[in-house]
Every structure is written in structure tokens, then in C-alpha cells.
Design a protein around this ligand. Structure first.
Ligand code: HEM
Length: 722
């Protein structure tokens, strides 16, 4: 029988290069059936995989059929529980390298040696949706990085938002129960626009800062590659002398921080529910390796109480104006997983996976997380031995006396499994500090047992207001419209009213504009309902205020100030028929020279003729949509496009979503011809028109680099801007 090879380029590339120690480690367990005979799980070659064993051709199947039973039994058990949160995710391999030694502040080996390339596995995720839910939903995104260091595994399990909803781990199950689909009818999927979520939030003033972030466009990222990441909690750096400092971690994407428009996101979820997963996969397969710089904000111990917020409060960030972010290294993702289940699904992150040089702080949310992850992974991965799974095991050997249990892989050859011992020569022995033995930072702690929180934790609104004030006008508009949408979906009026009351504490104008959507007055602001504030406390009295260090606006909080000087990896659709093929080929070449990814769209998927060569069509119009692209060019073909309803959407959507548009030849007046803009409109921001593609190329590139032209937006509630 002919032996067929169906190996993807992805697989063969991986086999070639094994310089990466984690890749080499994974290869030990990687199998590939190409050119191999089919066997049972016991290695028995199988001769007939089509027919079960029967008593006669029309008779019943025999219990004896061990091959049928083995295959079906395995199939019956192929699913594991999805993650309790962050169930929907996508992963990639890569590496991290520090720019220069950070040994003055941390002894972490991977942050000390600029020559060291530390392998990483990163998993991005949404929080609320289940494993099969859509990517472009409004939600925080997980940003979890596993560093396979020479000192063991370090996990930085962060989000794309620098703060969190709650201050104390004891509230986490309540938060997640509130945001997950409502228990009686399991709706809505992967969405916060429902009563239980806002009921909870309206009673949790500490969530107001995070609410500003999740109602902003940060919660609908354009791509995982264009998101920031944050460790959220304050951690500790510890150097070789044992000196500690507080540290906050940041990931800064080299492509800048970019988002979708809300209407666009809802359409993307219908057109391509795997939008972010596909984007990450295709970028890596195409050699456009996503990169982030690791940033740190370091606070000396003596400054612990200097700020108007508590460093241990995960609902607060440290404004970059107060403590600048030092960029200390770079992470590059350059390899897609070989097998989604084995890597992306089975990976187990944990904020307690530490290396010497990094330690925890007493942040009460972090402290609770330290319990949660192993606990949940025991049921998700089904055994205490999940650390032995290829994706989870470190690149350094593991020696201890933890033994046995379900699905144990390792074969421990030692006679003893206890310590101290003499029969085993005292091994494995404790590592001395100079051998890299981990020592917890000896932070002095004293106090009485108490259920409560420190004074500064009661300021729930200052940083929510800082975030809102720091947004550009279009960003504020989007945030307001997100709140109008979410609160507009509520069935219970009292919840909506309570939320407007909360927003009034953040910013009066914000509350007024959200309330406009419901024809209700902004109520007199009520006392926050947080029980830890005595009922007769004026909320203003618990807002710490120090003239010296209050930041009015923080430029780093606005995406308006992000990188907008390149079209690298931006996806551009060129809508074209045969008559514009030569022009389209020219434009495609020019855009690709500048790093864009260009797709040719035509009525039918067949090659177009430029006169000299063939121009391959990537997608037929009916199989794609302009919401999946960053910018659109239409080259001629006006009479043809008139016949296609999809063609009008192909232009009206990017116009509505403020994307760059190029209209060439007789397509130049399509926006007015189709009534997308009034006939009187002249220069429209982000729309370039011209007789030929050469004439518009430079202006189009500038327009695409700007990402969006929000000046074109129409307010969906008031119609302002139309
Ligand atoms: C007390 C608060 C929290 C608890 C109890 C908690 C619990 C959990 C649990 C149970 C999982 C599923 C883990 C698994 O099945 O492997 C998870 C995943 C995750 N959590 Fe948390 N979480 C908390 C707060 C946070 C915060 C503040 C962040 C961000 C800084 C965060 C980031 C993540 C990420 C990124 C994942 C997904 C990891 C992956 O991709 O596999 N969590 N969390």
C-alpha cells in the first residue's frame, strides 16, 4: 500500500530544530503516525479498522471484540473538565531574554543573564466563556506565561487589565458565580450583560475601577498580539543579599495596544468565533512572531506607605507617572503548539510556581490564589501527578519523595521515599542557599487575627475616576456606550439604578450620560454598600488625598497614546474583479513591503488575470467579511459590486467601525453611491480615493497605521456625529 505523508510544515519545522530545551523535552513524548502501521494501544498491528467482530455478517457484535472495546472505551473518556474560569484559550511557545542583568534587585537566574534564552509557553484566554465560546467577547483576557527556567518553573499568571474586581479571594467564587451564565437557564454565554453580574457589581464598590477597564475597549482587543499584560498583584523581588523590593510586572506589546469596535466585535463572533485564536496561529505560522517587552515597576520597602493607595490592594495600579515602567527584557512567541489538548488544554499555571529571586506579597487576593490553582487542577487534570505531563514538567530534573498516585509516569528507583534517611544516603538532600535553595523572604509580620481590610482599601473611586479622566473622548464614548448596552440588557430596574448611583461616585458626567439611555435621573449618590465601611461613614471621608502624589491623568492608560507608526501584520482586504487585478497586485505588493498581510477578495475564488500574470484570490466574497480585516480597499468594479448585497456590507462595516478605506478608479464614489455617507461629504478621515492605486498607496498606509479614525463615529444612542 502506498505510504502517504500528510505532515504539516508546522510539524516538520519543529522536528528540525531542537535548540530550545523545552522543545527538546516535548519531543521525547511527541509521536507521529506518518508512514507507520495502525496499532492498538498495546502495540498490536490492526488489520481491519472498519468492521467490528460479529457472529455472522448480519449477526450481533461479539463482546470478544477487544479492538472495538478499546477504541470506544478510550473515546468515552476523551474529555476532561474545562477550567472553572479562563476555559477558552489559545497557547504558543517562545522564549524570553533579559536585556541586562537585574541582579541588583533580583537573583532570578532568567533575569540575571542576558545570554540566556528561557523557553516560555503562553496561554491567552477569556475569563467567563466556556471552552467553545467566541473569542471577541467583552471580557478581561488571561495572559499566563510559563517560564521553563534553569531553576525550575516560574509562572506569571496575569491578565490584560492591571487591576481586579475584588480585593479579597473570599469574594472570587461570588464574582464568578455572578458573571457566569445564570443558573436557571444557563444564559448568556461569555457575556457580562445580565442581571446577576450587575446585581453583584452594584453591591461591590471596590469593583468600580475594574469596571471602567472592562467597559472600555481594552476588553475587546484587536488581537492577543496587541494586548498589554499585567501581573496585577504587587510581588517581591529579592536579590542575592536577601534584600527585598516590591515589584509590579507589565508586558508591553511591540505592536502597540489596539482594540475592536463593539459592533464589529459582535459581528466577528458570528463570522469567525476563533478570531483571536486564528490571528495568533496565523501570525506565528506566517513568521510574524508576536513580541512583548517585560516591564517592571519597582518600589523600595521604605516607600511602601508613601502612596494614596495600598500596594497590597489589587484594585489599584501604580500610575506610571509615579513609578516609571523599566523595560527589562523581551518575549517572542515563535512556535505554535503541536497538539492543542496536550499543550494548551493540559497546561497548568499557578502563581505559586516561583524561582529564587521572586516572592509573594501579602495581597489578600494573591494569597487566596495560592491555594486555588493546584486545588482546581487536581480535579481538572484528574491526578496529583499533573506536574509530570510534558507541558507542565520543568526542564530541570525533579527529585523528591512525593510518590505514586493516579497515572504516575516517573519510575523512582530509590529504596527510600522519606527524609531524613540514612538508607538512601540522606538523598535527595536539601539545597543550600548557595546551591539555589529557595528561601521565603523573611518579611516581618505581626497582628491580631481579624477579618477586615486595611484603611486605604476603602478608597474605591479615585482610580476609577483616574482611568475615566485619562481616556480620550472616543474612548470615553465607547465606555459610556458599553455601560448603556450592558445596563440596558438588565431586567431588574433597581440594579440599573444602583449602578448609576455607583457611577456617580466615579464621575458625574459619566453617570449622567449613561443614565440618558434609560430616561432616569441620576439618583442622589448613596453610601457604598460595602459592609466593611460603617453605615454612617461619608464615602468621601475614606478617600485618601495627598496633594503631592495624586495623579490627575495618566497617559499610559489611554490607547490613544499607543504605537501607531506601522502597518506591520495588519490585515488588509482588497476587493477586486478582473478589471482591477493589475492595480490590486500593485497595491498588494506595496502594502506587503510595509509588513501588512493582504488578502484578495473577488466574487468567485479563482485566479484573476492582471494581463501579465495570475493574481490568486484568497477568499470569495461570500466566504469572508470585512469585519475580519483592519482595512479595506476596493479597486474599480463598481457595476459588478452593485449586484452583490455582501459588497455593500463589505464597505459599510469598515466605514462604521472607523477603519481605513481606499477607493480606487470607478469605486471612488461608492460610499456616496451606496448612501453610506451623504452626497455632500468631502474629505472623510481615513478614507482615501484616487484614480489608480499608486496615487493612494502612501496615504492609505498612513491611514491604516492610525488603526482607527474615530472622528467618523456616530453615537448609537443619540445619533450625534451623523
Ligand atoms: C482569588 C482570586 C482568584 C482565584 C481563586 C482564581 C482561580 C482560578 C482558577 C480556578 C483558574 C483555573 C485554573 C486551571 O484550571 O488550570 C484560574 C485561571 C486563571 N486565572 Fe485566576 N483566579 C483568581 C484571580 C485571578 C487574577 C487576579 C488573575 C490575574 C492576575 C488571574 C488570572 C488567571 C489566568 C490567566 C488563568 C488562566 C490560566 C491558563 O491559561 O490556564 N486569576 N484562576
Amino acid at each position: 500500500m502506498a505510504k502517504r505523508s500528510t505532515k504539516s510544515s508546522n510539524t516538520s519545522d519543529r522536528k528540525k530544530s531542537t535548540a530550545d530545551p523545552k522543545q527538546a523535552d516535548l519531543l521525547k513524548d511527541t509521536t507521529d503516525g506518518t508512514d507507520k502501521v495502525l496499532t492498538s494501544n498495546q502495540g498490536l498491528p490492526i488489520n481491519d479498522n472498519q468492521n467490528s467482530l460479529k457472529a455472522g455478517l448480519r449477526g450481533p457484535t461479539l463482546l470478544e471484540d477487544h479492538l472495538l472495546r478499546e477504541k470506544i472505551t478510550h473515546f468515552d473518556h476523551e474529555r476532561i473538565p474545562e477550567r472553572a474560569v479562563h476555559a477558552r484559550g489559545s497557547g504558543a511557545h517562545g522564549y524570553f531574554q533579559v536585556y541586562k542583568s537585574m541582579s541588583a534587585v533580583t537573583q532570578a537566574g532568567f533575569l540575571n543573564d542576558p545570554a540566556r534564552r528561557t523557553p516560555v509557553f503562553v496561554r491567552f484566554s477569556t475569563v467567563a466563556g466556556s471552552r467553545g465560546s467566541a473569542d471577541a467577547v467583552r471580557d478581561a483576557r488571561g495572559f499566563a506565561v510559563k517560564f521553563y527556567t534553569e531553576e525550575g518553573i516560574y509562572d506569571l499568571v496575569g491578565n490584560n487589565i492591571p487591576v481586579f474586581f475584588i480585593q479579597d479571594a473570599i469574594k472570587f467564587p461570588d464574582l464568578i458565580h455572578a458573571v457566569k451564565p445564570e443558573p436557571h437557564h444557563e444564559m448568556p454565554q461569555a457575556a457580562s450583560a445580565h442581571d446577576t453580574f450587575w446585581d453583584f457589581i452594584s453591591l461591590m464598590p471596590e469593583s468600580m475601577h475594574m469596571i471602567m477597564w472592562v467597559m472600555s475597549d481594552r476588553a475587546i482587543p484587536r488581537s492577543y498580539r496587541m494586548m498589554e499584560g499585567f501581573g496585577v498583584h504587587t510581588f517581591r523581588f529579592v536579590n542575592a543579599k536577601g534584600e527585598g523590593r516590591f515589584v509590579k510586572f507589565h508586558w508591553k506589546p511591540l505592536l502597540g495596544v489596539h482594540s475592536l469596535a463593539w459592533d464589529e466585535a459582535t459581528k466577528i463572533n458570528g463570522k469567525d468565533a476563533d478570531f483571536h485564536r486564528r490571528d495568533l496561529w496565523e501570525a506565528i505560522e506566517g513568521g510574524n512572531f508576536p513580541e512583548w517587552e517585560l516591564g517592571v515597576q519597582i518600589v523600595e520597602d521604605k516607600d511602601e506607605h508613601k502612596y494614596p493607595f495600598d500596594l497590597l490592594d489589587p484594585t489599584k495600579l501604580i500610575p506610571e507617572e509615579l513609578v516609571p515602567v523599566q523595560r527589562i527584557g523581551r518575549m517572542t512567541l515563535d512556535r505554535n503548539p503541536t497538539n492543542f489538548f496536550a499543550e494548551t488544554e493540559q497546561v497548568a499555571f499557578h502563581p505559586a510556581h516561583l524561582v529564587p529571586g521572586i516572592d509573594f506579597s501579602n495581597d489578600p487576593l494573591l494569597q487566596g490564589r495560592l491555594f486555588s490553582y493546584t486545588d482546581t487542577q487536581l480535579s481538572r487534570l484528574g491526578s496529583a501527578n499533573f506536574n509530570e505531563l510534558p507541558i507542565n514538567r520543568p526542564i530541570v530534573p525533579v527529585h523528591n519523595n512525593q510518590r505514586d498516585g493516579h497515572m504516575r509516569h516517573g519510575i523512582n528507583a530509590d529504596r527510600v521515599s522519606y527524609e531524613p534517611n540514612t538508607l538512601g544516603g540522606g538523598c535527595p538532600y536539601q539545597a543550600m542557599v548557595k546551591e539555589g535553595g529557595f528561601v521565603s523572604f523573611p518579611e516581618p509580620v505581626e497582628g491580631v487575627k481579624v477579618r477586615g481590610k486595611s484603611e486605604k482599601f476603602h478608597d474605591h473611586y479615585s482610580q476609577a475616576a483616574l482611568f475615566y479622566r485619562s481616556q480620550s473622548v472616543p474612548e470615553q464614548n465607547h465606555l459610556i456606550n458599553a455601560l448603556r448596552f450592558e445596563l440596558g440588557k438588565l431586567e431588574v430596574t433597581a440594579v440599573r439604578e444602583r449602578m448609576i448611583g455607583q457611577l456617580a461616585y466615579v464621575d458625574a458626567d459619566l453617570a449622567e450620560r449613561v443614565a440618558e439611555a434609560f430616561d432616569i435621573d441620576v439618583p442622589e449618590v448613596e453610601l457604598p454598600l460595602n459592609r466593611s465601611i460603617p453605615a454612617d461613614t461619608d464615602p468621601q471621608s475614606v478617600q485618601p488625598y495627598d496633594e503631592q502624589i495624586v495623579v490627575e491623568r495618566s497617559a499610559a492608560l489611554s490607547m490613544q497614546n499607543t504605537i501607531k507608526d506601522s502597518i506591520k501584520t495588519r490585515c488588509v482586504a482588497i476587493l477586486v474583479t478582473d478589471e482591477g487585478a493589475a492595480e490590486a497586485a500593485e497595491l498588494k505588493k506595496a502594502l506587503e513591503r510595509n509588513g501588512a498581510v493582504v488578502k484578495i477578495i473577488a466574487p468567485v475564488k479563482r485566479d484573476l488575470s492582471t494581463g501579465k500574470t495570475a493574481l490568486p484570490v484568497d477568499h470569495a466574497l461570500m466566504t469572508t467579511s470585512s469585519v475580519l480585516f483592519d482595512a479595506v480597499a476596493v479597486i474599480g468594479g463598481k457595476d459588478t459590486w452593485k449586484k452583490f448585497p455582501d459588497a455593500k456590507d463589505f464597505l459599510s462595516d469598515p466605514f462604521r467601525h472607523s477603519k481605513a478605506i481606499a477607493l480606487v478608479g470607478d469605486a471612488a464614489d461608492l460610499l456616496t453611491a451606496w448612501g453610506i455617507v451623504p452626497a455632500a461629504a468631502k474629505a472623510i478621515p481615513g478614507v482615501v480615493t484616487g484614480r489608480d492605486s499608486k496615487g493612494i498607496t502612501a496615504a492609505f498606509i498612513t491611514a491604516v497605521a492610525a488603526h482607527r479614525h474615530w472622528e467618523r463615529e456616530v453615537d448609537p444612542l443619540t445619533g450625534a456625529g451623523a
